[in-house]
Design a protein around this ligand. Structure first.
Ligand code: SF4
Length: 245
């Protein structure tokens, strides 16, 4: 049974949430320009890219190609580059920094300590993210309140980092359920990551992402060897808590 059969269940308020999301994206394209969508090529992100394309919005999409993604994710990235109306930008880490880190700490450093895992995320994700977002007024993410306790308060427009970096974060799916996300994918025949058919709810780097079992939390498949509280890569951590940058 695939992810669509397992998960596609629209909530009662789905149509209203979809309308709210479309309105927010249209408004963001004019009021927050220049802005970009950050895509991990997970289910939420392919929905947002599909919406940007179907609404013909002038919002580029960017992907952090960390050098450690699954082949399935790289294949979807290649297809997205061909199919997307919006430009798809790829940001890679500084190769020299990756080589030095792996030579010093080994390929499996992330399993040895939270500090080393965050150092790896810093090189492969956070530094490229800062490059991707340079000069932007806002970025769009696929964060949803339902994803984890740490994300339970995610607002549609998050201005909490505005004073520090001059950027707003827009979370158009904040109110969507997992069932809503898959209902949209089903209704609109959106191309999605086949890892979702193998019980990966969250798409990340291959060494740090695993399938989950029935009943496990959405984020249980990410950095599963760590405590729940430590489980953010820094992309969505407030500055004062950011260790990896
Ligand atoms: S998710 Fe894992 S492999 Fe990817 S950057 Fe972070 S520690 Fe490194």
């Amino acid at each position: 049974m695939g992810a669509i059969d397992l998960h596609a269940r629209a909530s009662k308020e789905y149509e209203a949430k979809l309308a709210e999301t479309q309105k927010l994206l249209i408004q963001a394209a004019s009021e927050f320009a220049p802005l970009k969508q950050a895509s991990s090529l997970g289910a939420e992100d392919v929905v947002i890219t599909h919406l940007i394309n179907s609404l013909e919005l002038d919002i580029p999409v960017f992907v952090l190609e960390t050098g450690a993604l699954h082949q399935e994710t790289l294949d979807l990235l290649a297809r997205t580059q061909v199919d997307s109306r919006a430009p798809v930008e790829i940001y890679k880490p500084v190769q020299e920094h990756v080589v030095q880190f792996v030579a010093r700490e080994g390929k499996e450093a992330m399993y040895r300590s939270i500090e080393l895992r965050k150092a790896c995320c810093g090189i492969r994700k956070l530094e490229p993210l800062e490059r991707a977002l340079a000069g932007q007024k806002a970025w769009i993410t696929g964060l949803r309140r339902e994803q984890s306790a740490a994300r339970a308060e995610v607002p549609l427009v998050d201005d909490s980092e505005l004073a520090r970096n001059g950027r707003s974060k827009i979370n158009p799916l904040a109110n969507w359920t997992w069932g809503d996300v898959w209902h949209y994918i089903q209704q609109n025949r959106v191309d999605y990551n086949p890892l979702h058919d193998q019980f990966f709810p969250s798409i990340g780097c291959a060494p740090c992402t695993r399938a989950i079992s029935l009943g496990e939390d959405f984020r249980a498949g990410r950095w599963w060897w760590e405590d729940e509280a430590a489980k953010e890569c820094g992309l969505h951590v407030k500055n004062e808590e950011k260790v990896a940058a």
